[in-house]
Design a protein around this ligand. Structure first.
Ligand code: 5MM
Length: 313
């Protein structure tokens, strides 16, 4: 999933998020439109050269391509492992202003068994933290749920992608992001250990350590150095692979961060991408709901995937 110069395509926007992104591009959102768009992404010719896995949401996982194959079946035939987002979203954490905790543990074992039977190779669960709202309790609460999710995945033979995302909205500097990311990852690995999660069988999906998007930017080499320092202090070498989210950064920036990080000597883990927006935003814009635009949209997707894959090499 994280080696061989390939990465993971995050195409698992919930129905609500995907519909909002379509509306922003002037595309009427419907189940059929979301299916057509995801089919366009998955069937871009040669996707598997730079993409090892695709994360789907429940709706897409159960849909069929126009040739009748289910998305997981088609993905495997195209050389791309199918994955499934299994969290059900976030809810406020009482007593902790603006903090969120991710839900979805109830009935998760049965859902994982069903996804495994239908071909899922891996799963994904995302916890989300604000730089200033992620206190120790918030980090621990989300770390605990991520650990329970990961343990359940391993029980069902599914690789868990463990995604603790520290948001980059805001005008904070790089040190604030580093401090919060360190706290979040530190608590997370304590919880994974307590839950008995086999670290050699997970993929970590963190944010890059960057200043807020509204703060002055720093050089990609500074992002890579800060990111490596935080990961080196928190992520055990037993973790085989780290696949970064793009977090709203421009494609060119996310790829530059990855390129610099790939060049850091002495890394114990493979590093790659699990970008969403940085890979697909151009394609959605170019497609705009018109099948005639599909080839140009697919070419834009492939260009971004190749750039990200190249950054890992
Ligand atoms: C693709 O978006 C994923 C699901 O988001 P919602 O549950 O809010 O619809 C999201 O988890 C995504 O996989 C990660 O945030 C990475 O995406 P970016 O765009 O940050 O690279």
């Amino acid at each position: 999933m994280t080696g061989g110069g390939r990465g993971i395509l995050a195409a698992d926007e919930s129905v609500r998020t995907m519909s909002a992104r379509m509306k922003a591009e002037g595309v009427p959102a419907s189940e059929a439109a979301r299916r057509d768009y995801r089919e366009l992404l998955l069937t871009a010719g040669g996707l598997a050269e730079s993409v090892s896995g695709i994360i789907l949401c429940d709706e897409t996982f159960g849909q069929r391509l126009s040739d009748g194959r289910t998305f997981p079946e088609a993905a495997r035939e195209l050389g791309v492992l199918p994955g499934i987002k299994v969290d059900t979203g976030t809810t406020p954490l009482p007593g902790h202003d603006r903090a969120l905790v991710t839900e979805g543990l109830d009935g998760l074992g049965a859902r994982l068994a069903s996804y495994a039977e239908r071909g899922a190779a891996f799963a994904k669960w995302r916890a989300v933290f604000g730089v200033r709202s992620a206190d120790t309790y918030t980090a621990r609460a989300n770390g605990h749920t991520l650990a329970r999710y990961a343990a359940l995945c391993q029980q069902h033979g599914i690789v868990p992608i463990v995604e603790p995302e520290v948001l980059c909205d805001g005008d904070h500097g790089l040190p604030a992001c580093a401090e919060t990311t360190h706290r979040v990852l530190g608590r997370l690995f304590e919880e994974l250990d307590l839950a008995g999660v086999e670290l050699t069988g997970i993929v970590l999906k963190p944010n890059f350590v960057t200043p807020g998007l509204a703060a002055p930017a720093v050089a990609p080499s500074a992002v890579a150095a800060a990111t490596f320092e935080v990961l080196d202090g928190t992520v055990p070498p037993a973790v085989p692979g780290i696949a970064f989210l793009s977090g709203g950064h421009r494609t060119v920036d996310a790829c530059a961060f990855l390129r610099e990080l790939s060049a850091v000597p002495g890394r114990p883990w493979q590093v790659t991408f699990s970008f969403g927006r940085a890979l697909v935003s151009d394609a959605l814009h170019l497609w705009a709901g018109d099948a005639a635009n599909a080839p140009r949209a697919q070419e834009a997707l492939l260009r971004n995937c190749r750039e990200a894959a190249e950054a890992t090499r």
